[in-house]
Design a protein around this ligand. Structure first.
Ligand SMILES: Cc1ncc(COP(=O)(O)O)c(C=O)c1O
Length: 357
């Protein structure tokens, strides 16, 4: 008899980006750069290291379980009442808490595919059934097909915008039509982990789209633009009753004391965050244009990464990049996601792409 659930054999493992020192050793290069985890490459924001150092002196005490100061600060910044805000150990943990709070065994979770690799893992581990709706030929969400896929068993639908790993983002009119069609009885999670990198004016702010719709939950993170991937702070905005239900399933104290302090300091450095994101967006334009000289089928991206739809060549391309000291993220049989790094890192990737494509 297995000691753990046999259905876990049906879900893939979450694959984290490889470690640069391991890849450098394996490939025999002096140094490898990591363009595999959608991090911003410019270090912690000013004030974060000092805030962490200060907070460390209190490690013998439990953190504030209600995360009051941070929720108040987020509430002010985003004009959301703090009772609508739930924080978590990264937004991936919150995505799991949302599903856990919504589904019973046999319920369905609808999402576009390919999208964030955590969705199938979360859905199955919560005992629900994944309903994966193929992306359009342009690697975007097919929101009409997703609305068609909703049944009376659907409890949650994820809209990942910009979509990880393809970078495409949904437009306001399409999202409104989707929300109207899905109706008020399905929790629609707008996962905006890459919101700060969006420049297309047709892409709505999820927080605005959620106004007046109690079934819409907006998921944000401080991991990407705000540079806190290693310290793990995500947050969501939801109707107060939904937020309250989610809080019941959140692991107690999951945003630790140091993380709360770091998040407050990062939010104080918004101007510098914006400056860095602008650098990434400029580089995104440069890298996408250069890659399109090699392949014309790279979709427009609103995130800090681009998607190479290489199909069966994905794994080989990624291995070729690693040999050249560049770690990218392959999705076997489908494509490769490449994070936008510093100009020098991007040049290294473009050189590898020039050799391999
Ligand atoms: C679409 C999307 N949502 C959520 C997350 C989770 O980020 P974190 O748990 O670091 O907040 C990621 C991370 O890659 C992501 O791509």
């Amino acid at each position: 008899m297995p000691l753990t659930r046999p259905d876990l054999d049906t879900i893939p493992r979450y694959v984290a980006g490889k470690n640069p020192s391991d890849v450098a050793r394996e490939s025999g290069v002096a140094e490898a750069v990591k363009l595999a985890s959608n991090e911003v490459p410019y270090g912690p924001l000013p004030g974060v290291v000092e805030a962490v150092a200060d907070a460390v002196s209190n490690t013998h005490r439990y953190p504030d379980p209600a995360v009051v100061a941070l929720r108040n600060r987020l509430g002010e910044r985003y004009d959301v009442a703090p009772d609508r805000i739930v924080s978590g150990c990264g937004s991936v943990a919150l995505a799991e808490h949302i599903v856990r709070a919504a589904v019973l065994p046999g319920d369905e979770v609808v999402y576009s595919w390919r999208s964030f690799e955590a969705y199938p893992i979360i859905t199955t581990s919560c005992g629900a059934t994944s309903v994966q709706v193929p992306n359009t030929g342009a690697h975007a969400h097919d929101l009409d097909a997703m609305a068609d896929a909703v049944t009376e068993r659907t409890k949650v639908a994820f809209v990942c915008t910009p979509n990880n790993p393809t970078g495409t983002a949904v437009h306001a009119d399409d999202l409104e039509r989707f929300l109207d069609r899905v109706g008020p009885d399905v929790l629609v999670v707008i996962d905006e982990a890459y919101r700060e990198f969006v420049r297309d004016p047709e892409v709505p702010d999820g927080l605005a789209a959620a106004k007046g719709r109690p079934n819409v939950v907006v998921l944000r993170t401080l991991s990407k633009a705000w540079g806190l991937a290693g310290i793990r702070v995500g947050w969501l905005a939801a109707d107060p009753s939904v937020a309250d239900a989610i809080r019941k399933v959140v692991t107690p104290f999951s945003v630790n004391h140091v993380a709360q302090a770091a998040a407050l300091a990062a939010l104080d450095a918004e101007d510098e965050m914006n400056r860095r994101v602008d650098l990434v967006v400029d580089e995104r334009t440069r890298v996408v244009n250069a890659v399109r000289e090699l392949r014309t089928d790279v979709p427009d991206t609103q995130a800090n990464f681009l998607w190479l739809p290489l199909g069966d060549d994905a794994a080989e391309f990624a291995a070729g990049c690693e040999k050249r000291g560049v770690i990218v993220r392959p999705f076997a049989g489908d494509g490769v996601r490449v994070t936008i790094g510093t100009p020098a890192e991007n040049d290294l990737f473009l050189r590898a792409a020039g050799d391999l494509l």
